[in-house]
Design a binder for this molecule. Structure first.
Ligand code: ADE
Ligand code: ZN
Length: 334
């Protein structure tokens, strides 16, 4: 099963590029930029990665991102993730980035998106890996700040597929961002939102009805609301689930208690993703392998997750069909 999972062609749809920054590269970039970190070694950084909830993670995650200053820094971070993703047979990836984490420190929007986009282009050339970029608004900041970020992004709109919503969920409901999401939709961008990671099912309803999202990021709290489950299943609205993240941030006490299998059994369009792989102990394959073992998922479940990952993506139908054929060939030949 492990070999089957490693080799299966897959898409990753929920990865924060800042969350792929491994401590080794963090130290390298700090040195290159003449910055000091509040840690003395890579081991000390890893030891600090013990979280009690989402906020306790975000506090350290924003500190780590401070080493990113130059276009080349954003390139190097993104390229390191793409190499890893390629090794794990990720054929297509949809990457979140948080411009406000950087622009609020004086780094220009162009520097951020320029470095990320250049790495994505190189991965297409070198690995044939396709990608989309999703720009997230930090929900703990104001709606006006999000609107201002959208304005800064518009000159680069052709590089951005969708806008999203991340950071501290509780107390920052989707309804806070209706105006900026309406504007993004009017500009032809798609929308997604983190909802129901720690927050209540009502935040998922809001994301669907007010922000008109194409996918829900996480959405694990949806199973507490049967009417919501019915809607998500009927409309096959994808959920980008991140099992190792959910355990690291104590959404579930253990992988054995995760509701992924339940979601699949309820005919929800669930996918498996890494969220912030440098912080949560694994990339997409580790997520699949460990959740599969913990929940005793079948080979059919794994195939379904891989199939869902392509169907839930922002690829065109032609691109989806080509990847789904590749998936069928892999399964038939394994
Ligand atoms: N930013 C990075 N990872 C996140 C997560 N899991 N939830 C909300 N915001 C995030
Ligand atoms: Zn996330």
């Amino acid at each position: 099963m492990e070999a089957f999972i490693r080799g299966i062609p897959k898409a990753e749809l929920h990865i924060h590029i800042e969350g792929s920054l491994e401590p080794e590269l963090m130290f390298q970039l700090a040195k290159r930029n003449g910055l000091s970190l509040p840690f003395s070694s890579v081991e000390e950084v890893r030891a600090a990665y013990r979280f009690s909830d989402l906020q306790s993670f975000l506090d350290i995650y924003y500190v780590g991102a401070r080493v990113l200053l130059k276009e080349q820094d954003f390139y190097d971070m993104t390229w390191a993730y793409l190499e890893k993703a390629h090794q794990q047979n990720v054929r297509h990836t949809e990457i979140f980035f948080d411009p406000q984490t950087h622009t609020d420190r004086g780094v220009s929007f162009k520097t951020v998106i320029g470095g990320i986009h250049r790495a994505l282009t190189d991965a297409t050339i070198r690995y044939g890996m396709s990608s989309r970029l999703i720009m997230c608004f930090l929900r703990h900041l104001t709606a006006d700040a999000a609107l201002n970020t959208l304005e800064q992004a518009l000159p680069f709109k052709h590089w951005i597929a969708a806008v999203g919503l991340d950071s501290s969920e509780l107390g920052h409901p989707p309804e806070k961002f209706v105006t900026v999401f309406e504007r993004a939709l009017a500009e032809g961008l798609l929308t997604v939102a983190h909802a129901g990671e720690e927050g209540p099912p009502d935040y998922i309803w809001q994301a669907l009805d007010l922000l008109r999202v194409s996918r829900i990021d996480h959405g694990v709290q949806s199973t507490r609301d049967s009417a919501l489950v019915e809607r998500l299943a009927a409309e096959q609205i994808p959920l980008t689930v991140c099992p190792l993240s959910n355990v690291a941030l104590r959404v579930f006490d253990s992988l054995q208690q995760h509701n992924l299998k339940q979601m699949l059994d309820m005919n929800l369009c669930a996918t498996v993703n890494s969220d912030d792989p440098a912080y949560f102990g694994g990339y997409v394959n580790e997520n699949l392998i460990q959740v599969c073992a913990a929940l005793d998922l079948s080979r059919d479940d794994v195939c379904r997750l891989a199939k869902n990952s392509f169907n839930a993506s922002f690829l065109s139908d032609i691109e989806k069909n080509s990847m789904l054929r590749e998936l069928d060939d892999y399964v038939a030949g394994f």
